[in-house]
Ligand binder design. Structure first.
Ligand SMILES: [Zn+2]
Length: 313
């Protein structure tokens, strides 16, 4: 079996971050804050966060904040929950959440909860269980979960549970691994995992593993490295990760590396990107690959960062 080319991945992430006019940077322009989260968290898991200029990143993040308290994907962009969580997570990595006006950010997030407990992603009103997870994870990291109706938020998520044990984006929508991570993660953070049918969901999740060892997100789909994260983290949270073949999955992820230039792709021999590099490395961490920091499956941050947030002050 190959091994994780840590130095190459570090160089790849730093290069993507610096080359502002590359193809990937242009594509990533509107989601640069998400990209920063993926890249920087990967570096931290690999023990390489010190290669970046933290003050520069923190100063740029704060320029992405809108007067409403929410964050845009880049300077001057409209705020959205997606970028607000990334901002909180990256500041958490750097132990810099104290630069935030915590209540202002928390009020922005809480203001997006609807009467039925669901959340909009921004002022335009799209509802999705992804936003329930993001709101709950963000507020928990800010230690402001009391700003929302947690009970109703949980009831809404449970209303999106399907007969196969999985979860969809809205009530009645088909189960999908990314959505399952969001719902199980939100239930884990709020101490509501008793609402999950663990054996039923565990079965659906472990059936995502294909002959190649890789995981897909739904039946009949191709394996993709990003599902190493969505499926694995969910299996860990419901205590069913021993139902998949870990060694085969490790091999699949390692086979998706660009061993010359660094970076990880969705499947072997495809083009690499920061998103899949993060999910590959985070997946390997969940599989206890040697030399990587352990990652918290619910908060999607290294365990030491999560502990520092909850056990400090
Ligand atoms: Zn993918």
């Amino acid at each position: 079996m190959g091994e994780l080319v840590v130095e190459k991945h570090t160089k790849y992430i730093v290069t993507v971050e610096k080359s502002k006019d590359s193809f990937e940077s242009v594509v990533m322009e509107h989601l640069r804050l998400n990209g920063a989260y993926w890249g920087l968290t990967t570096l931290d898991i690999m023990g390489k966060l010190d290669v970046v200029d933290q003050d520069e990143v923190v100063s740029w993040i704060m320029q992405c904040q809108h007067e409403s308290g929410g964050f845009g994907g880049n300077i001057g962009h409209d705020p959205h929950l997606l970028y607000t969580l990334s901002a909180i997570q990256v500041l958490g990595l750097f132990n810099k959440t104290d630069v935030l006006d915590i209540d202002k950010v928390a009020n922005y997030i809480a203001g997006l909860q609807n009467a039925d407990g669901s959340f909009n992603g921004d002022i335009w009103g799209e509802v999705d269980t992804r936003f329930s997870y993001i709101a709950i994870c963000s507020l928990a990291l800010l230690r402001r979960l009391d700003k929302i109706n947690v009970e109703k938020a949980v009831e809404y998520i449970v209303s999106c549970k399907n007969v196969d044990g999985g979860f969809g984006c809205t009530p009645g929508a088909e189960s999908h691994a990314g959505q399952i991570f969001c719902c199980v993660g939100a239930l884990a953070i709020t101490g509501s995992l008793d609402r999950v049918d663990k054996d039923l969901l565990g079965w659906w999740l472990c059936e995502r593993q294909l002959k190649s060892g890789g995981l897909n997100g739904r039946p009949e789909k191709l394996a993709d490295v990003c599902y190493s994260w969505w499926v694995l983290s969910s299996l860990i949270m419901i205590d069913r990760v021993h139902w998949i073949d870990k060694d085969k999955l490790i091999k699949f992820i390692l086979d998706c590396q660009d061993k010359e230039k660094g970076g990880i792709s969705d499947r072997p021999d495809d083009a690499v990107d920061v998103f899949h590099t993060y999910f590959g490395v985070a997946g390997l961490s969940l599989l206890e690959y040697p030399g990587l920091k352990p990652v918290d499956p619910a908060y999607a941050l290294p365990v030491d960062v999560v502990n520092r947030i909850f056990f400090s002050k």
